[in-house]
Design a protein around this ligand. Structure first.
Ligand code: ZN
Length: 286
């Protein structure tokens, strides 16, 4: 399998845990699960993680309300009237808020489990979700002012193919907003997740996270996709109560909540590169 950030065919094993094998690209340092990683094929475990994830609608609404506020600030304008495409609509929380904000929303969500949750939680989205995997050429070129993909690219078989197709889908002046987990210091973060019993069987990361970005490899990935970041920053996971409640299936133990407040006050998690990487980007000049 070629590197999801630069396409190089050369990679070496980097981190093993149970049946998860994470490789590292020899050309650019990008980490990814290769075809030899059996963890990525455990659909039962992966769907269980999704099932827990989509259940926390209230936390997703809080998280996404903050996200939209920040997005409007970054764009320097309110979201009403924008033609928005979301790739990976999940349980529909972001889509429902965008609709409420007056955006013309379209979502792509291939997973039946997520679409079923979205239909139940936010019936107003039913007619706006495309039940397919993202594919270049699936939507008319130049038809969106804003394309969003949060917690999506790391799940894709070929994230570079997807990201490279985004500039063509944007109308003039259109922007892309992307978020992926920051997997820097994976040896540390992975062991911590294992100790906390996250991801079911004790994997260092979500078994469906095929691409594991760091700030450097995410920057490289964006460049290779023909996207120019206008802003590239980290958002807190450990210091965000909504994210912590979602990660611990609604009921984080008291010491985790205390640690979350510690990180919220000190921002030490961001210093340790343990946040979510977020970017607002536009097509690079050709
Ligand atoms: Zn690479």
């Amino acid at each position: 399998m070629s590197c999801p950030a630069c396409g190089s065919p050369d990679s070496k094993p980097h981190f093993y845990r149970l049946d998860m094998e994470i490789r590292r690209c020899e050309a650019c340092g990008m980490m990814f699960q290769g075809p030899g990683s059996a963890a990525r094929l455990d659909r039962e475990l992966i769907e269980n993680i999704y099932r827990e994830y989509v259940g926390h609608a209230q936390q997703h609404l809080l998280l996404n309300a903050d996200r939209l506020e920040r997005l409007a600030r970054l764009l320097g304008r309110p979201l009403n009237g924008l033609r928005v495409l979301e790739i990976g609509a999940g349980n529909g929380a972001l889509g429902s808020l965008l609709l409420k904000a007056g955006a013309d929303y379209t979502g792509i969500e291939p997973l039946p489990l997520c679409r079923e949750a979205a239909g139940r939680l936010f019936p107003e989205l039913a007619a706006r979700l495309i039940p397919e995997k993202f594919q270049p050429g699936q939507l008319p070129p130049g038809s969106f002012d804003l394309i969003l993909a949060t917690d999506t690219l790391e799940h894709m078989e070929d994230p570079l193919l997807c990201a490279t197709a985004l500039p063509g889908l944007l109308a003039p002046g259109g922007k892309v907003y992307l978020e992926v987990p920051n997997e820097a210091l994976l040896w540390f973060k992975g062991r911590l997740r294992i100790a906390l019993g996250m991801y079911g069987r004790g994997y260092p990361t979500n078994p469906e996270h095929l691409s594991l970005f760091t700030r450097r490899t995410f920057g490289l990935f964006l460049r290779n996709a023909g996207l120019k970041p206008l802003a590239l920053f980290q958002d807190s996971v450990w210091g965000n109560p909504s994210r912590i409640k979602i990660a611990f299936n609604g009921a984080p133990p008291p010491h985790i909540l205390a640690a979350s407040w510690f990180f919220r006050l000190t921002r030490l998690d961001l210093l340790l590169q343990q946040g979510v990487l977020a970017t607002l980007a536009e097509p690079a000049a050709r």
